[in-house]
Write a protein that binds this ligand. Structure first.
Ligand code: ATP
Length: 413
């Protein structure tokens, strides 16, 4: 069995190493065995930084978590029902769970859970590269526990499932497989790829919330378009919704989004749904159970797309651009600017986004009242007209704004 203690000494920041040793000692004093598992082990072996630490204890996770958190002056967040706990250690986020075995009552359902050994716990995981553990209790500190050949898979750059029913039990693993494959530059193992294609319809057994969560994880990757393209190529994307495409167009837009800004999942999602019509967009919103502001944003992008012809005029006065766009939230405008194919429309969207929406008048409602305008709709219209004059460059100083108001009030008599 490989001992990774020297590698841990070399590669982990000293405070993390000290925390792990201390946690192992505390667990051992309680007669429990503690392990570092999952992504942190994988990334340690790959030499990639990872600040999300998952610990598994053969014992009572909530009680141990409380003790560990207390030792570093933190509080643990406990889910007694699931035998899980979460706490912070400096800028590390630590999850601690009781080792468990899982069985699936039906595909896509949440598993039934029972306390188990570290071997059971690794058996329930998605891929061998994520199913390794390092013992951190003092008597065996650094020992790698790798019952499914994760280290060899890392060397061979392979994503493989642990058993034939893996994708049936939990089809979110289909999306996870593609995410790791593209993130790490690995390849799906042949049988895994065959089963992934065969079982991709099992994605229908997964709830909207869970699909949405996986989609967000994909869109948080450095180059999400690679995953979406691969998902399209393998017939997976259409199992999420038949209208979705991971094609060259999307690739270009995601690249552009990164060149121009630092896109968040919401912006990427707007680009993904941009080519869709209303019915398809609503289909995606329903399938992914998107609600609230996020759903509104996708609908606004769609509406904006419908109105782009009016914006595609290079001679359009700035006040007109403002009028056409002022009702839209900036994220929807940013998405449309990246997605639209008309250069003048794109120019106008960007002009609004970077300049016009920030233009402020010197005068406000109080100033107008002070100049004798009565409160009411007319005052509101005057402020709007004043802003349009300002946007089009007809006024540019406080004095000119006042002169224009005086001209209007004078005309009214
Ligand atoms: P990263 O956060 O870098 O994507 P991670 O490995 O930390 O990778 P998490 O999603 O935090 O990923 O999951 C932690 C661990 O839990 C995984 O390494 C894996 O062992 C296990 N796991 C997560 N999701 C599943 C799943 N759907 N089926 C089986 N095991 C899973």
């Amino acid at each position: 069995m490989a001992n990774l203690a020297p590698k841990m000494e070399r590669d982990l920041p000293p405070e993390i190493l000290a925390f792990l040793r201390r946690a192992g000692e505390i667990a051992a004093a309680r007669g429990e065995s503690l392990y570092l598992v999952g992504g942190a082990v994988r990334d340690l072996l790959l030499g990639r930084p990872n600040l999300d630490f998952d610990l598994v204890v053969e014992g009572d996770a909530p009680s141990l978590a409380r003790q560990l958190a207390r030792a570093s002056g933190e509080k643990a967040l406990i889910h007694r029902q699931f035998g899980t706990a979460k706490f912070r250690f400096g800028n590390l986020s630590i999850d601690l769970v009781t080792a468990r075995s899982e069985s699936y009552p039906r595909p896509g359902a949440l598993p039934m859970v029972e306390p188990g050994t570290i071997a059971d716990d690794l058996m329930r995981r998605d891929f061998p590269i994520n199913a390794m553990a390092i013992a951190i209790t003092p008597s065996s500190f650094g020992q790698l526990f790798d019952p499914h050949g994760g280290k060899i898979d890392l060397e061979r750059k392979t994503i493989r499932i642990l058993h034939e029913r893996s994708f049936i039990d939990d089809a979110t693993r289909i999306l996870r497989a593609l995410r790791y494959e593209q993130r790490l530059g690995f390849k799906l193992e042949e049988n895994t790829q065959r089963l992934l294609i065969e079982h991709s319809p099992m994605l229908h057994t997964i709830s909207g919330e869970r699909i949405s969560h996986e989609m967000e994880l994909i869109l948080r990757e450095e180059e999400p378009e690679r995953i979406l393209k691969r998902a399209e190529g393998l017939g997976v994307l259409r199992e999420i919704h038949p209208s979705l495409r991971g094609d060259g167009w999307l690739e270009d837009r995601f690249h552009l989004a990164r060149q121009k800004a630092s896109p968040d999942p919401e912006l990427y999602l707007s680009l993904l749904t941009y080519p869709l019509n209303e019915e398809e967009t609503e289909g995606v919103i329903a399938r992914l159970k998107i609600a609230g502001q996020k759903a509104r944003n996708l609908r606004q992008v769609l509406r904006l797309k419908g109105g782009l012809d009016a914006l595609a005029d290079p001679q359009l006065p700035r006040s007109q651009i403002y009028r056409l766009l002022k009702a839209y939230p900036p994220p929807a405008i940013a998405a449309a600017a990246l997605a639209c194919d008309s250069p003048p429309a794109r120019h106008n969207l960007e002009l609004y986004l970077h300049e016009l929406r920030y233009v402020k008048l010197f005068l406000d409602g109080e100033d107008l009242k002070g100049m004798g305008v009565k409160p009411g709709p007319r005052l509101g219209r005057m402020l709007e007209a004043l802003l349009e004059a300002r946007l089009d460059g007809r006024v540019s100083t406080r004095g000119q704004e006042e002169a224009l108001v005086r001209q209007w009030t004078g005309e009214q008599g």
